[in-house]
Design a protein around this ligand. Structure first.
Ligand SMILES: NC(=O)c1ccc[n+]([C@@H]2O[C@H](COP(=O)([O-])OP(=O)(O)OC[C@H]3O[C@@H](n4cnc5c(N)ncnc54)[C@H](O)[C@@H]3O)[C@@H](O)[C@H]2O)c1
Length: 282
């Protein structure tokens, strides 16, 4: 199906990036969040990101303005009814996402594709909540969206071939390389990444080494561009904890037990970069 308007729900780190790369394809974008301060923060993130591309000579200034001009910020859910695809990027909470998709399933005309940027939650279950499981799919972007090339595309049990083909083509037009994965907790990316980040939290909690030392070992020893604790701060510790909880309950295996230190940080409101403090201070 032809996609001319893209709706994005949630204007946080991921939603803002998704709106930016969608607008860069020439399409109109509606970026929706629950309060104007969040939508404004999302638009400011997009502006800052585009400015960096212009400063590096990777994007003409006029094109950056045009991309921004194609994004309409909104606090009204009703605005999403105009979209041909709605990509959800709200917080990693299954019941919140299910409630949102039940509403979108009623609000959006038949044929509109609904996609979730969830890091770990079952696409089949979210698709069921939407009431349109054949037009439902996982579209898992990586952070920061404008720079990272991968999109994990996750088919639910009932996702149609047509929905999958449309989303794979859209991801390519966004300049990404889509890779198909099946619907298991954490899919591929976070099933492998998050247990490593969680293990780094255990190493810190048990006093194996200080945070900087753990990150340095993984950067210099394993050639990772970022240490695991800095990366967890970048992702958001609340998101990391939610993903570990989905892996733990989804596989019913204690090897995915969230580290108590991770839980403690989230309970204290130390969510990483986005709150100014996590394993490090920002
Ligand atoms: N952070 C990452 O590195 C990363 C990577 C890939 C996928 N994800 C996934 O993307 C999603 C968003 O993560 P994030 O890091 O952008 O979170 P975030 O906390 O930065 O942003 C979430 C946004 O959703 C908004 N929101 C909450 N409920 C809403 C609702 N009902 N309607 C509209 N907006 C609502 C919040 O106000 C907030 O602005 C999560 O599912 C997460 O697992 C995150």
């Amino acid at each position: 199906m032809a996609i001319s308007t893209v709706g994005v729900v949630g204007a946080g780190q991921m939603g803002a990036g998704i709106a930016q790369v969608a607008a860069a394809t020439g399409r109109s974008v509606i970026l929706q969040d629950i309060a104007s301060e969040f939508v404004e923060r999302g638009m400011a993130t997009i502006h800052g990101s585009l400015e960096k591309f212009v400063a590096k000579g990777k994007l003409p200034a006029g094109e950056a303005d045009a991309i921004e001009g194609r994004i309409t910020p909104s606090v009204e859910q009703g605005a999403l009814a105009k979209a041909d695809i709605v990509i959800e990027a709200i917080i990693e909470d299954q019941s919140l996402k299910e409630g949102l998709f039940a509403t979108l399933g009623k609000l959006c005309p038949p044929g509109t594709i609904l996609a979730s940027n969830t890091s770990s939650i079952s696409i089949t279950e979210l698709g069921k909540a939407s009431g349109r499981p054949t037009e439902f799919i996982g579209m898992h972007f990586m952070n920061p969206v404008p720079l990272m090339e991968l999109v994990e595309v996750i088919r639910g049990r009932e996702t149609s071939d047509a929905t999958c083909a449309t989303v794979m083509a859209l991801a390519r037009e966004m300049g990404k390389t889509p890779v198909e994965a099946n619907d298991f907790p954490g899919f591929v990316a976070n099933r492998i990444l998050l247990p490593m980040l969680n293990e780094a939290c255990f190493a810190l909690m048990e006093g194996v080494a200080e945070a900087e030392a753990i990150d340095t070992v993984m950067k210099l020893g394993m050639n990772h561009p970022m240490g695991p604790l800095a990366l967890a701060d970048y992702i958001g510790l609340d998101t990391c904890l939610s993903i570990m909880e989905v892996l733990h309950s989804g596989f019913d295996d204690d090897k995915y037990r969230p580290c108590p230190l991770l839980r403690e940080k989230v309970e204290a409101g130390h969510l990483g970069r986005k709150s100014g403090r996590g394993f490090y201070e920002y």
